[in-house]
Design a protein around this ligand. Structure first.
Ligand code: ADP
Length: 624
């Protein structure tokens, strides 16, 4: 077996790979950017090598530096994790040239699946059903329009080089086609440097069901059943599970067979995932699923497959890469119970799921089920990488049991210092339709109002925070540190005021609420997986200061302004989009905090901005 494994990744996946390597007696080497010098994966690895500055293209995407680190540390294999260089055929080739084993498929298999149109054509030839559509080289508007007509609306335009839902547009009718095509091409060009598209029939009531496959270098190929990843937001997975609810045995067999066929058709080796789209408008049917694409790496959601099969897929990857045969035969792989995974993100559902950067001043995750995390309390979520905090995975005999266990575990999580989607996940897992298995890729959009209800502190939260403020006396003698000023004497001597309301003192503090003071002086009150941040009302805080939030809107993180949607003098309604910011590889809409009038627009489309850059100022009268 390998002696030393370098993990060319960061965060939870680097930690997860290290865990298995350690179990197998393999020494580990971590790599890191300057933003990660104190990160969990660096602390966990036996050795760690600095790559470069924080941006991924100067660190985690630098194949030369990674190979240099492998040489320097004597690593005989490199595990790429997911993302970064994991599906980069040239990197796989460079590893081979440097005499280091790339833990992944052969470069040609990566290439064959790299472009959506080529992959689809290849699969069709191998006898795997693909979504009906147009895959041709002729990219003229005339041809594409005619092809869309032939396929029949609604159709989906996809960038052939696409990923992460970019360059993808659903078109409902001929009148919208030209405009949608143009914007898909523009996004594809800027994201992938390739504006070619394909057109597909848009599947109604789509369910995303994927099959885990594994192949070795001795002709062996198996599948490890399916995962359902239909709970998505903006084509990004949020909750995944295995097996797929309501899956007829006949369809499961057909999907497994098709996936293995796909792997064999490209001479696959190692772990891969074949993604299918299924039409669930009349329940799942064995003849209503089609190949979408193959991901030639380990997937984020692989733990649900590990939970139901009992196998360690990273161990399988390492054994296969070392040259061993697959650890199990198809007949020995079975489904045990049900597993559900939730992706806990540093993001703000109430604010369009905008990534939330900052320090995890409190982070306590349940320890009685599987948690794959790459951050610890005190760590910082930076704007440079994916803002995932953890994946939490529950396994139980039944789907309902697993969902309940997972929701219960998330409800015991305590997180403060930045916003998370935890309460949103808990609500999704507990919703009637989810528990009934009524899921498809439109689930989250349809249920958004229930999943992201108004987030206002109630009396119990306010009282707990009030008690905390009253008891929390600073150690210093500096009168400016004294918290007494927050207490309002006189008529309401028994209350502590926050900008969001007053909390009563006296009476018992409700159980199950944990309160702490954040570094900025705000109070975080955590209950049932939900965190409320309260700003102590300070009579000395000037009216001007109090109005800061309402009289302007600033960027929440560094990025690039890609669109300005309002003009000075324009009247805007609360929630109305003002500008679009591209940050952390996604587009974020900045919206009006209240009904107001735009006084000035301080940035222009194309501007690179820091966090805290003022984008729009509102007229004074309206802000008051
Ligand atoms: P990307 O590589 O950009 O993530 P995919 O081809 O994997 O794009 O598709 C992402 C998601 O878009 C799928 O999980 C599914 O929800 C939806 N989708 C893709 N193709 C179709 C289709 N033909 N009909 C309906 N939804 C689709």
């Amino acid at each position: 077996m390998f002696r030393t494994l370098l993990i060319a990744n960061r965060g939870e996946i680097a930690c997860r790979v290290i865990r298995t390597a350690r179990k197998m007696g393999i020494a580990t080497v971590g790599v890191y950017s300057d933003a990660d010098s104190g990160a969990a994966h660096v602390a966990m690895a036996d050795k760690a090598v600095r790559l470069g500055p924080p941006p991924a293209r100067e660190s985690y995407l630098r194949a030369d530096l990674i190979l240099g680190a492998a040489k320097e540390t004597g690593a005989d294999a490199i595990h790429p994790g997911y993302g970064f260089l994991s599906e980069n055929a040239e990197f796989a080739e460079s590893c081979a040239a440097a005499g280091v084993v790339f833990v992944g498929p052969p470069p040609d298999a990566i290439r064959a699946m790299g472009l959506k149109d080529r992959a689809k054509a290849l699969m069709a030839k191998a006898g795997v059903a693909v979504v009906p559509g147009y895959l041709g080289d002729d990219q003229s508007l005339g041809t594409l329009t005619a092809e869309a007509e032939k396929i029949g609306y609604p159709v989906l335009i996809k960038a052939v080089a696409g990923g992460g839902g970019k360059g993808m547009r659903k078109v409902d009718g001929a009148q919208d086609f030209a405009a949608a095509l143009e914007s898909a091409q523009r996004e594809a060009k800027s994201s992938f440097g390739d504006d070619r598209v394909l057109i597909e029939k848009y599947v109604t009531r789509p369910r995303h069901i994927e099959v885990q496959v594994f192949a070795d270098n001795h002709g062996g190929a198996v599948h490890l059943f399916e995962r359902d990843c239909s709970l998505q937001r903006r084509h990004q997975k949020v909750i995944e599970e295995a097996p797929a609810p309501g899956m007829p045995p006949k369809m499961r067999a057909a999907m497994g067979e098709a996936a293995v066929k796909a792997a064999k058709a490209v001479g696959y080796s190692g772990a891969g995932t074949v993604e299918f789209i299924a039409d669930a408008s009349e329940g799942l049917k064995a003849d209503r699923f089609w190949f979408m694409e193959m991901n030639t790496r380990l997937q984020v959601e692989h733990p649900v497959t590990e939970a139901i099969t009992g196998f360690d897929l990273v161990e399988w990857q390492l054994r296969v890469a070392w040259g061993e045969e697959l650890p199990a035969k198809q007949k020995d792989i079975a489904i045990h119970g049900h597993a559900v995974e939730a992706r806990l993100y540093a993001e703000d559902p109430a604010n369009g799921f905008l990534p939330s950067i900052g320090t995890l001043e409190r982070l306590s995750l349940p320890d009685d089920l599987r948690v794959d995390s790459g951050v610890r309390e005190g760590d910082t979520v930076t704007p440079f990488y994916d803002p995932m905090i953890a994946k939490v995975i529950a396994h139980d005999a039944t789907r309902e049991g697993a969902a309940r266990k997972l929701a219960g575990a998330l409800a015991r999580a305590k997180i403060a210092g930045l916003r998370t989607n935890n309460a949103f996940l808990i609500r999704a897992l507990g919703s009637q339709d989810f528990l009934a298995g009524e899921i498809d890729t439109g689930f989250i959009d349809r249920h958004l109002k229930d999943l992201v209800p108004p987030h206002a502190p109630d009396d119990a939260i306010l009282s707990a925070a009030a008690r905390f403020v009253a008891d929390d006396r600073p150690q210093t003698d500096d009168p400016w540190d004294a918290r007494d000023g927050f207490r309002v004497n006189g008529a309401s001597a028994q209350t502590v005021r926050f900008t969001a309301g007053a909390g009563r003192l006296g009476g018992a503090v409700p159980p199950g609420i944990e309160v702490l003071r954040l570094r900025n002086g705000d109070i975080a009150a955590m209950r049932a997986g939900e965190t409320f941040v309260l700003h102590p009302y300070d009579p000395f805080e000037s009216a001007e200061g109090a109005g800061v939030a309402a009289d302007r809107i600033a960027t929440p993180m560094p990025g690039k302004i890609i669109q300005i949607l309002v003009k000075p003098g324009e009247r805007v309604k609360k929630g109305q989009p003002l500008a679009v910011l591209e940050a952390m590889k996604m587009e974020h809409t900045l919206s009006a905090p209240a009904d107001s009038t735009v006084e000035s627009v301080d940035v222009a489309a194309g501007d690179q901005v820091n966090d805290g850059t003022v984008v729009v100022r509102f007229a004074k009268e309206a802000a008051a």
